[in-house]
Design a protein around this ligand. Sequence first.
Ligand SMILES: CC(=O)/C=C/C=C(C)/C=C/C1=C(C)CCCC1(C)C
Ligand SMILES: CC(/C=C/C=O)=C\C=C\C=O
Ligand SMILES: [Fe+2]
Length: 565
Amino acid sequence: MATSLTLIATPCTDPRSSSSFALAPRLPPRRSRDDILIDPRNAAAARRRVPVRGAVRATTLRSDQEPAGGDSGATTTKLSAWTSVRQERWEGDLSVDGHLPPWLNGTYIRNGPGMWDVGEHAFHHLFDGYATLVRVSFRGGGGARATGAHRQIESEAYRAAVARGRPVLREFSHCPAPAKSLLDRVGDLVGLVTGAALTDNPNSAVLPLGDGRVMCLTETTKSSVLIDPDTLETVGRFRYTDRLGGMVQSAHPIVTDTEFLTLLPDLVRPGHLVVRMEAGSNERKVIGRVDCRGGPSPGWLHSFAVTEKYVVVPEMPLRYSSASLLTSELAPFYAFDWVPASGSYMHVMCKSTGKTVASVEVPPFMAIHFINAYEEEGDEAAVVVDCCEHYGDPAIIETLVLSRLRSLRGKDVLPNARVGRFRIPLDGSPFGELETALDPEEHGRGMDMCSINPARLGRKYQYAYACGARRPCNFPNTLTKIDLVEKKAKSWHEEGSVPSEPFFVARPGATDEDDGVVISIVSSDDGEGYALVLDATTFEEIARVRFPYGLPYGFHGCWIPATEE
Ligand SMILES: CC(=O)/C=C/C=C(C)/C=C/C1=C(C)CCCC1(C)C
Ligand SMILES: CC(/C=C/C=O)=C\C=C\C=O
Ligand SMILES: [Fe+2]
């Protein structure tokens, strides 16, 4: 159990507070923001309305809670994965069970949608929740302590929702009710056309940029914000200084020490801009443009892949719904339409020339996350692209509705998924192939939320880490190391636990691809929240770093190595 916890939030008045944690009256110094996200008067109101409860037992809210069974079908659970954990700002020491590698010196941060209730409003879909950061800092030397933090990102969407007691901007599955007065309706229309009505809730990824800044974001362009990796404070909106505009972006830019590559879907003239921003800059520059082959709008693009020379632009039949975006009404898949007749395509653009070197039709696919891609040279030159593929079926989107996640635990309703491997020929052939990279039974016919060793980005690689399935289950419930050469997988699983994305951290100086650890945050059936550290080579557990309360589910993580002192 943790000792000497430090609460840095509104003073704790919960009678459960005990001397095992000390209140720290200091708030972290407020940084000068380059841009205040919201009127500070609202911020003050927001703070008053989100009391920070006991630090050790954070309050969980489940306003549309339904009876839940465990993996095993049990009828009670303390699982916090799908609950809003009201812990607006927490910081403290964490206890370590097991032995951390002495070289593990740095900070792991995970982003995700951990707050699904505001005022009387309960969100419907996993993707709606307000962005929640969880940090675990490892001090190196293999000690038995680490420090942790947990904090909401103060986006305009979050602060306005807390101030008003209901969401006011459009979230993934939520459209605010139309205004009543004619004047306000004109305002609504302006909001829709300009994108001002869309959320800036950055609940998907957290990315250290090559210049030391740390960005959180989701798919609306306005959702790019900078955070302080130590305090987890929201620093301010990331302002792109170019004039590229556009309302939407990929939630997974590809970031290296030198650059930030992303795709901007063009919803007016269906296509994508492939853009690059140098480390240290706020200006995206266009590399090239790919026109969509199917219609009537671009395919949903949550993530994409790169090789050393190319950017791969996917076009799948789950397409942005312009009608939904213009009318603020939900489409069959929230902001998307499933248009199988429009076809599936993969486009390959040369990073240095901006020329499209291949544009092929492929079998129907449905992928949220791309894993990696690489070039194959020789007579049959091709680009190989791997993704978490849902058998060309968008049903996975509906699987992630919160009431289903809460009520269907232990039921075998997770749709099948596989490692889909595309082969895109570079000889001008019109078609590409899609095959299954390994027997999906190896990972329980479920797989998503993947990472690789970043040193293999865009290069031939052997290992992917993902969440797989131990059936029966309604959500991926294993951490799985997938060997794409031996076509085998090895999994970690604990009955009733929900682990988030296994994130690979390389040992400094390592040469073997799997020399390092994998970190995931686990919400366990008995209500615990901890960072699990696995040896990436053996895939055996080496340590649990425990939070003093259960944590909500989250999506993606990042690693920031400690700087030499
Ligand atoms: C977290 C995740 O996987 C996806 C999140 C997607 C979001 C927040 C999508 C937001 C959107 C709107 C609110 C309206 C405009 C379209 C779209 C970008 C899908
Ligand atoms: C959690 C998830 C898919 C699970 C499928 O099995 C997708 C999350 C997307 C956001 O990053
Ligand atoms: Fe994602």
